[in-house]
Write a protein that binds this ligand. Structure first.
Ligand code: NAG
Ligand code: NAG
Ligand code: NAG
Ligand code: NAG
Length: 392
């Protein structure tokens, strides 16, 4: 108890009041060593807990330097009195030993927070050694997601950088109203499963003015995701922006109201993709707009693949139950790295409906590319290269 009081007293003492209303906790002054070798988890949690307990607005400040977070850490906001603020100038690093965070959990997790503002900072999971381990076929841990936002609302993350994640860079799960702005994500094109941002069971997520270069999907959108907005993002290398894979489960909430606007893809495997398992499911995708998209040497610029089933025994009926409707593609231009630039492989049982193409101009080696359709219904207008293969 005495210890606790002393601690609280010393934290209060260490808080700097820049103005009457805003206090700041400098984690370095609280004892965090910025040498990249001393675990700072306890200090960060102490800072978090006192900011969380304060009725005044307190900003947690991580100055320049390298800070080791050795094991998975959770910042829980369940008891917080008000919004939380974190300003990061330094780099948060993982240990060289990938086993310390590699068990498949989230390395840095924020959960049950209403009101969270994070700005700046770099997070470096040092994933390269684990990628090499996976490539060698040895027995390796699955790897951690670097940063996770769980069951939180009203979150703004700006100018945060994530490099070399072991698995996903960021995950958004069961959140409402979350904005990423000016995010940078980077990992090698050959790094396995390093999705940039994965969103699931969430509503009102925006990704704005961000740059994503990684080894898997730049953004992946899982089941139960509504009202997503992606604008002014560049993607590549990577696997593009992907809705899916959806439809693994029979009972599955759908994806609706997604806008992807002013996005550039460079040397990616896909541009804009919708992918579903060829399995029975009550899932759906509807009300999607892809607009002002530039493709540079993209293998599958526009693709819907409802026949996804790498291991055939997982797909008894071999038909996807996911219903795809009202998907618009407007002003999509640039170059394809393969002859078929537009590919709609829809479900035999539930054809895609309401696909609308408008002003599509995609080339392959400076010639007209091709389009291929199966069970894809919709209309086309404006410039159409390759010519549409949709049926009414
Ligand atoms: C998405 O919208 C549907 C239908 O309005 C709703 O039932 C569902 O709860 C929403 N999902 C989220 C995560 O808000
Ligand atoms: C679709 O999502 C956007 C935010 O991305 C929101 O502003 C808009 O109101 C949503 N539309 C509907 C019909 O829910
Ligand atoms: C996207 O970029 C355009 C052109 O620079 C700009 O006009 C627009 O405001 C940006 N939108 C967002 C959401 O950042
Ligand atoms: C498109 O398909 C046609 C007919 O199958 C073929 O002749 C043509 O070479 C293809 N174009 C490209 C760019 O592969």
């Amino acid at each position: 108890m005495v210890y606790y009081l002393l601690l609280t007293f010393s934290i209060m003492f260490l808080m700097n009041s820049s103005s009457a209303s805003r206090l700041s906790i400098n984690v370095k002054r609280l004892g965090a060593k910025a040498d990249g070798k001393t675990d700072v988890s306890k200090v960060l949690l102490r800072a978090w807990n006192s900011a969380c307990a304060s009725r005044k607005e307190v900003r947690i400040y991580v100055p320049q330097g390298r800070y080791l977070i050795r094991s998975p850490i959770v910042f829980n906001g369940r008891r917080c009195k008000r919004s939380m603020f974190m300003r990061i100038e330094g780099t948060i690093v993982a240990s060289r030993d990938y086993n310390l965070i590699g068990s498949g959990e989230t390395w840095i997790k924020f959960e049950r927070i209403n009101g969270l503002f994070i700005s700046g900072g770099t997070v470096d999971a040092k994933g390269a050694a684990l990628w090499d381990c996976k490539k060698s076929g040895k027995n390796c841990p699955i790897g951690a997601t670097s940063i996770g936002f769980y069951s939180s609302t009203n979150v703004v993350v700006s100018r945060l950088t994530s490099i070399n994640s072991q698995m996903f860079h960021m995950i958004v799960y069961k959140c409402k109203n979350l904005v990423f702005r000016g995010i940078k994500i980077s990992a090698l094109g050959r790094s396995p499963n390093t999705d940039g941002i994965h969103i699931q069971y969430s509503s009102g997520v925006s990704i704005l003015r961000s740059r994503i270069s990684t080894g898997d999907d730049c953004v992946s959108i899982g089941p139960g995701t509504n009202n997503t907005w992606i604008e002014n993002v560049s993607c590549g290398p990577g696997h593009g922006i992907s809705i899916g894979s959806l439809g693994w489960d029979l009972q599955e909430p759908g994806v609706q109201n997604l806008t992807v606007k002013s996005v550039t893809f460079r040397n990616t495997d896909n541009g804009v993709r919708i992918k579903t398992w060829a399995r029975p499911s009550k899932g759906f995708v509807r009300n999607v707009l892809f607009q002002h998209i530039f493709m540079n040497n993209v293998a599958n610029p526009i693709i819907i693949d409802q026949n996804y089933c790498p291991d055939v025994k997982n797909c008894p009926g071999k038909v996807s139950g996911v219903q795809i409707s009202n998907v618009r593609y407007e002003d999509i231009r640039g170059s394809s790295a393969t002859p078929v630039a537009v590919q709609f492989e829809c479900s035999k049982k539930y054809p895609c409906t309401g696909i609308r193409l408008k002003d599509v101009a995609l080339t392959y080696k400076n010639r007209a590319a091709n389009a291929s359709c199966a069970y894809a219904r919709g209309t086309a207008s404006g410039v159409m290269k390759p010519p549409s293969c949709l049926y009414r």
